[in-house]
Design a binder for this molecule. Structure first.
Ligand code: OFO
Length: 240
């Protein structure tokens, strides 16, 4: 047996023991971490598969390693975007009610089609928001909706409500843009630019149509022409 001077031998044995102990500690630590991660993953999946998705509103971004969740919207942005989802859905309902009212009035086919298409368009705006929220690691919630105004005093009254509603939506979009800037959420800010442009266009159309109705007054011939021409305010594909 090779001899080993007393002090060197002692140190050697000491280092071997320390080394073995730290290896053992490390193994235990990583096993615990892996198990913890697994439990968290299972929790988050079962939460999303459960019926009560509301309880999953707070996505456990610190727990889930999916790449998609690395850039999450903040809680306040998510809430504001979900409010806007509700507003777009309510817009769709409001214009659907206008279309239905116009449809049972004599001779308003143009106005009827205009509002049916407007209603469809608002639904698309809602979907766009909903999917953006999900894409950004949030949870787009489908909202409960209040019943819109369903009867109107006159065709003029319908278009006044149309403009009023669009102005309210524009205010809401502006608030959202402001919030995204104050939170330095430039992705949401960029996304919202589409809505800013859309609102400018919708306000323009609503104002023009109100002005035209003001000009027409009680003239039946004028109303006939208004109804015939209203679809010119939309492109061939039904978009404005
Ligand atoms: Fe959604 O575009 Fe106006 O309201």
């Amino acid at each position: 047996m090779i001899g080993c001077p007393g002090s060197i031998c002692k140190y050697f044995i000491y280092y071997v023991i320390v080394y073995l102990l730290s290896c053992f500690k490390l193994i235990r630590k990583s096993r615990t971490a892996i198990a913890g991660q697994l439990i968290k993953q299972i929790w988050s999946h079962s939460c999303y598969l459960s019926k009560n998705k509301g309880s999953c509103l707070k996505r456990p971004n610190d727990l889930v390693t999916s790449k998609k969740l690395l850039f999450m919207v903040s809680k306040s942005i998510q809430e504001a975007l979900n409010k806007q989802v509700q507003m777009e859905a309510e817009s769709s309902q409001a214009y659907l009610a206008m279309a239905s009212w116009a449809e049972i009035q004599p001779g308003l086919e143009g106005v009827t089609n205009f509002f049916y298409q407007q209603s469809d368009e608002e639904r698309v705006h809602m979907l766009k928001l909903l999917r953006f929220i999900n894409e950004r690691g949030g949870f787009g919630m489908v909202p409960a909706l209040a019943q819109p105004i369903v009867t109107f005093k006159s065709i003029k009254n319908v278009f006044e409500e149309f403009l009023k509603h669009e102005l309210k939506v524009s205010d809401s979009i502006n608030e959202l843009v402001h919030l995204s800037l104050s939170e330095k959420d430039y992705a949401t800010h960029n996304f919202l630019q589409w809505y800013v442009n859309e609102q400018m266009e919708e306000e323009r159309v609503a104002r023009t149509l109100n002005d035209k109705l003001e000009m027409v007054g009680d003239d039946k011939g004028g109303l006939y022409l208004f109804d015939r021409d209203i679809m010119n305010y939309r492109g061939a594909d039904g978009k404005k």
